[in-house]
Design a protein around this ligand. Structure first.
Ligand code: RI2
Length: 305
């Protein structure tokens, strides 16, 4: 939880692997590969839901399975792949901002939930383009990521109302656009994002407000093609209720899922760095931009039969 946002998590994981590759002292290629795989495994186990993490790790580990003459050559290839991913990720957020901003119009009242770099990029770009709109930002219990969001919006000069999560439907009558990020996008176009997103999307659907999701292509989850579910991380109850209180309530169990799933029918648009798509096109993103095909799972694109 030191690193917030699925994109930042992916970049931090890649940067950590890059550091690890620099620190491994061996001239044995298989020892080098195994050490990096072990480090990758540790990183993969840290957050279960944000698919950007396994996608990023796969992307940078892929070149290691090709032919390389020495540890130095493998390290060089690995460094290149890491630097390329970090560049790609940063550019993706900027491109999403440019594309998403075009969907924000003068007079819009926008609701956002949690703290998404990609969603904020759309809002900030629209504001810089001269579009006049205001934002409602939720608190985001229990970790209050909304505080980060309102600080960013305030610093960018965007007029913002800060509301408790449970006020989302109350204010929905005033909202005509919801903009959120994503931790993962499933092949059926369902979006996994911070807990509470699906309630907001449902309220938006009911009140005919548009829902726009800002998500880099590496948030799309290839293994959902095979029917694999995206695991929803459930965090300690202590984040919601202090132990001093819950200890006195032995029949009460605190449940604290960190994410939920918004079905595709409540989403109008997913803005990726490759363009804005309807959620039903998620399969195309997985196939064309991540390079994964049915029957090829577990293998990076370079190793396709
Ligand atoms: P970006 C965050 O999860 C939020 O759910 C946010 O909507 C999503 O990641 C995407 O954020 P957490 O890290 O990648 O707060 O767009 O658990 O920054």
């Amino acid at each position: 939880m030191e690193i917030r946002g699925a994109g930042r998590i992916a970049r931090a994981a890649v940067a950590a692997l890059r550091d690890e590759a620099g620190a491994i002292t061996t001239s044995d290629l298989s020892v080098f590969r195994n050490s990096l795989e072990k480090a990758a495994g540790i990183l993969l186990a840290t957050r279960t839901t944000a698919v950007s993490l396994p996608n990023a790790v796969h992307m940078v580990m892929a070149p290691l399975s090709g032919d390389v003459p020495s540890v130095d050559a493998a390290r060089e290839k690995f460094f290149e792949a890491c630097d390329q991913f970090i560049r790609l990720s940063e550019n993706a957020v900027e491109r999403i901002g440019n594309i998403g901003a075009r969907h924000i119009r003068d007079g819009d009242v926008v609701m956002t939930h949690c703290n998404s770099e990609a969603a904020l990029a759309c809002l900030i770009r629209a504001h810089r383009n001269g579009t006049s709109f205001e934002v409602f930002a939720t608190e985001v219990r229990p970790r209050n990521q909304g505080l980060l969001t309102i600080k960013t919006l305030n610093d960018a000069g965007i007029q913002t109302s800060y509301i408790v999560d449970s006020a989302a439907r109350y204010f929905m009558k005033d909202i005509n656009l919801v903009v959120v990020g994503a931790d993962a996008v499933s092949v059926n176009g369902a979006v996994v994002n911070k807990i509470g997103t699906s309630q907001i999307a449902l309220a938006a659907h009911e009140s005919r407000a548009r829902v726009m999701v800002a998500a880099e292509t590496y948030k799309f989850a290839p293994r959902t093609i095979l029917g694999e579910y995206i695991e929803i991380e459930e965090r300690e109850g202590e984040e919601v209720l202090p132990l001093s209180v819950s200890r006195k309530l032995p029949r009460v169990r605190v449940r604290n899922p960190a994410f939920d799933v918004t079905p595709a029918e409540y989403i109008d648009l997913i803005v990726t760095e490759e363009g804005a798509i309807p959620p039903q096109m998620a399969y195309i993103v997985i196939r064309d931009y991540l390079g994964w095909h049915i029957g090829e799972f577990g293998k990076p694109p370079e190793n396709r039969a």
